[in-house]
Design a protein around this ligand. Structure first.
Ligand code: PLP
Length: 374
């Protein structure tokens, strides 16, 4: 079966940006600026302005942003960080690679996001930070996490990698705790043309430390003097130059994503409870992926594939059951909701350049599956 509606339609997605990409390469080729130079500085200023953060620190990826911020907070041996059992690996791997312990907590079935009550129950005397993540089209309950962090004197770091441009309770995603991070991985709503990320914080000292850590622990202007053991986690000028061109369009692109999500919501809601769409009301949310829950996920997926519609599974295995985290000693049954979602979650195609009518076609194909008496 030929693909009719691809999940990642790269040719369609990059068509609008082809001229910008070529022009940015030309610009950079004619300059002697490659890494952490004027475009990166302008991008930092733009993100700080957009989010109201006192500091935006550009780094090499969203994973790099988490790595640098956890190091800047001084997290390490013996420290615990409470984080979701169901997320992208970086939310927890960056903690473990610091020598700290990711303490998993279960997520909410409706959203797939960290459950505040479960997170608070996981806090111990060793807990130093809470690290909730934004996933799919949802935003964690940041107000509740801010209260828990205050109650237990914890750092609150937002894995808002997917959520630049979203708001929770009238405040930008990434701005509810001590620091937030964004990813510019190409598939993200604010995707660039390579790996890149950003840290935002109001804390002057944390920002100063993060700036050193991203560049081998060197303070500004002191080359080959290493105040800290740092990383090579720097943003390049090509990506920054491209993002400077793309970000002015981000709100429009997010709006288009919300429109497509609304088509799915309207068409798929009647199929509940056999198929459960994500919570409706996309205003202010960053719709990265549109993830439904279906008990017959594999059959539905095969049915859609048979009609040329590609889908994706985020995430087929929860973090506590990944071999990389075996040393933490978790096992099957520890986080039942995360495990259920890893069996049921299915992402339908959604990106701003989808052809008109494509989402309606997906709705029709999904509806046919359930109309066939399943
Ligand atoms: C929730 C979450 N956290 C962190 C990351 C890491 O971002 P990057 O791919 O830029 O390292 C991602 C990206 O895939 C993500 O989805």
């Amino acid at each position: 079966m030929t693909t009719v509606i691809p999940y990642f339609d790269w040719p369609a997605r990059s068509a609008d940006w082809a001229d910008d990409i070529v022009e940015v390469f030309q610009e950079v080729a004619e300059s002697d600026e490659f890494i952490l130079k004027s475009r990166v500085e302008r991008l930092e200023a733009e993100i700080a302005d957009r989010t109201g953060a006192a500091h935006a620190v550009a780094v090499a990826s969203g994973t790099g942003a988490l790595t640098v911020i956890l190091a800047a907070l001084g997290l390490g041996d013996g420290d615990e960080v409470v984080t979701p059992a169901f997320s992208f690996v970086s939310t927890a791997s960056t903690v473990a690679l610091r020598g700290a312990r990711p303490v998993f907590a279960d997520v909410e079935y409706e959203t797939g996001l960290l459950d505040p009550a479960a997170a608070e129950a996981a806090v111990t005397e060793h807990t130093r930070a809470l690290l909730p993540a934004y996933l799919f089209s949802g935003s964690p309950k940041m107000g509740a996490f801010a209260e828990i962090a205050a109650r237990h004197s914890l750092h609150l770091v937002e894995d808002s990698a997917i959520a630049l441009g979203a708001e929770v309770d009238g405040k930008p995603a990434g701005r509810h705790g001590h620091a937030g991070v964004y990813s510019f991985f190409p598939a993200k709503p604010a995707g660039g043309i390579g790996d890149a990320g950003m840290i935002v914080t109001d804390d002057d000292e944390l920002a100063r430390t993060a700036r050193m850590l991203r560049n081998h622990g060197q303070p500004a202007g002191k080359r080959f003097y290493h105040e800290l053991l740092g990383f090579n986690c720097r943003m390049d000028e090509l990506t920054a130059g491209f993002l400077l061109r793309k970000l002015p369009h981000l709100d429009r692109l997010l709006e288009r994503r919300r429109e497509i999500a609304a088509v799915y919501e309207e068409g798929l809601r009647p199929l509940a409870p056999a198929l459960l769409p994500p919570p409706a009301g996309f205003e202010g949310r960053s719709v990265y992926t549109y993830v439904v829950r279906a008990q017959q996920r594999e059959e539905l997926r095969a049915h859609l594939a048979g009609q040329g519609i590609e889908t994706a599974v985020y995430y087929p295995r929860p973090l506590h059951l990944q071999p990389a985290f075996a040393h933490l000693g978790y096992g099957p049954g520890d986080f039942p909701v995360a495990e259920q979602l890893s069996r049921e979650a299915l992402a339908l195609p959604l990106h701003p350049d989808m052809a008109p009518g494509a989402a309606e076609q997906v709705v029709a194909a999904v509806s046919r599956f359930y109309a066939a008496g399943r």
